[in-house]
Design a binder for this molecule. Structure first.
Ligand code: GDP
Length: 304
C-alpha cells in the first residue's frame, strides 16, 4: 500500500496523459505512437528508454496490423515489464545483506538535498529491526547540518554514530567508524559522505581516498556504494547518476521522493540506462517510508 500511495501522483498524471494521447482514436497508429512518446518523455522515463519502448510497440503494431488503443495499457505494461526484467534493478524483496561480510560496509553518496541522510536513517532502522548491529559514520564533514541531521537519525533509531568536528577529514571519520564498528562487533556500518558535486576529479579523489583508508580496517570495504537520487528532479537525477558513476564505482541506487512527484517514470529510465540496480525507493518522509525496490511489484502497482 505504501508503494501504491508513493506512486499515486505518477500514476494519475501518466494515465490522464495517456488517455488524452489516445482520445478519439481506436487504432494505434503513428499519431498515437507520437503522442505516446511525448507522454513517456514527459513522465521522465528518459528519451533513450522511451525510444526503446516505442520501438517495441511499433514492432507489435507492424506484426499485428491492427492494435486497438484499448489494448495500449496492457501492451505498455508488458513492454515495460520486459524492459525492466532485462535490468539489474529490483531483484530483492527484503533488506537483505550478505551474512558472509561482517561488518558489511555501506558507503552512501549523493548531492545535498536528495534525501541521503533520511535514506541512511530509514535503512539503519530497517537493519536494526532485523536484529542487526548498525553503526553510522558522519563522513560528510563539509556541513555542520549534515552531521547534526545524522545524529538526529542515530538518536531516533537508537544506534551509535561516529563523528568528528565539522571540516575534519572525511577519510579519517570513515576510518574511525570502521575501527569502532569492528570493536563493537557491528553487522552493518553505514558511511555518509560529502554531497558536493564539485568537479569530477575532486569528487573522484575524495571518494577514492575514503575507500582506500577504509580498506586499512576492512580489506574489501566498501561492499556497496549506494548513490541516492532525488526522483522528483527527473532528468537531474539521470545527470547526477552519470557524474557519480564516472567518478566512482557505484554499485546500487536509491531513488527518493517518489511520493511527492509525478516523475515516477524516472525509475524505469534509470533502471534501463545504468547497469546498476535500483535497490531502494523513498516514498515519504517517515521512518518506514523506504521500500526495497522490486520491479514486479512496481509494474503491478503502476498498472493496477
Ligand atoms: P540530504 O541533504 O541529501 O541528506 O537530504 P535529507 O535527507 O536531509 O532530505 C532532504 C529533505 O527531503 C528532507 O526534508 C526529507 O524529509 C525529505 N525526504 C527525503 N526522502 C524523502 C522521500 O522519500 N519522500 C519525501 N516526500 N521526502 C523525502
Amino acid at each position: 500500500e505504501t508503494l501504491d500511495k508513493g506512486l499515486e501522483k505518477s500514476k494519475t498524471s501518466f494515465f490522464s496523459k495517456l488517455s488524452k494521447a489516445v482520445a478519439g482514436k481506436s487504432k494505434v497508429d503513428d499519431d498515437v505512437l507520437d503522442n505516446l512518446e511525448e507522454v513517456l518523455v514527459s513522465s521522465d522515463v528518459g528519451v533513450d528508454t522511451t525510444l526503446k519502448i516505442i520501438d517495441r510497440i511499433e514492432e507489435r503494431v507492424a506484426k499485428d496490423k491492427y492494435l486497438g488503443t484499448d489494448e495500449l495499457n496492457g501492451i505498455l505494461r508488458e513492454e515495460i515489464a520486459a524492459l525492466l526484467s532485462e535490468t539489474k534493478s529490483g531483484e530483492e524483496t527484503d533488506y537483505t545483506i550478505p551474512t558472509d561480510k561482517k561488518p558489511y560496509v555501506l558507503m552512501v553518496v549523493g548531492v545535498n538535498g536528495v534525501g541521503k541522510t533520511t535514506t541512511i536513517g530509514k535503512l539503519a532502522y530497517q537493519f536494526k529491526k532485523k536484529g542487526l548491529n548498525v553503526v553510522l559514520g558522519a563522513a560528510d564533514t563539509f556541513r555542520a547540518a549534515a552531521i547534526d541531521q545524522l545524529q538526529v537519525w542515530a538518536d531516533r533509531v537508537d544506534i551509535p554514530i561516529v563523528k568528528q568536528a565539522m571540516g575534519s577529514d572525511p577519510a579519517s571519520v570513515a576510518f574511525d567508524t570502521l575501527q569502532s564498528g569492528v570493536a563493537q562487533n557491528a553487522d552493518v556500518i553505514i558511511i555518509d559522505t560529502a554531497g558536493r558535486l564539485h568537479n569530477k576529479v575532486n569528487l573522484m579523489n575524495e571518494l577514492t581516498k575514503i575507500k582506500r583508508v577504509m580498506q586499512k580496517v576492512v580489506g574489501d570495504a566498501p561492499h556497496d556504494v549506494l548513490l541516492v537520487l532525488d526522483g522528483s528532479t527527473g532528468q537531474n537525477a539521470f545527470e547526477q547518476a552519470k557524474q557519480f558513476t564516472a567518478a566512482t564505482e557505484v554499485t546500487s541506487l536509491a531513488v527518493t521522493k517518489l511520493d511527492g512527484t509525478a516523475k515516477g517514470g524516472v525509475v524505469i529510465g534509470i533502471s534501463d540506462q545504468f547497469q546498476i540496480p535500483v535497490k531502494y525507493i523513498g516514498v515519504g518522509e517517515g521512518i518506514e517510508d523506504l521500500q526495497v525496490f522490486n520491479k514486479h511489484e512496481f509494474v503491478d502497482s503502476f498498472f493496477k
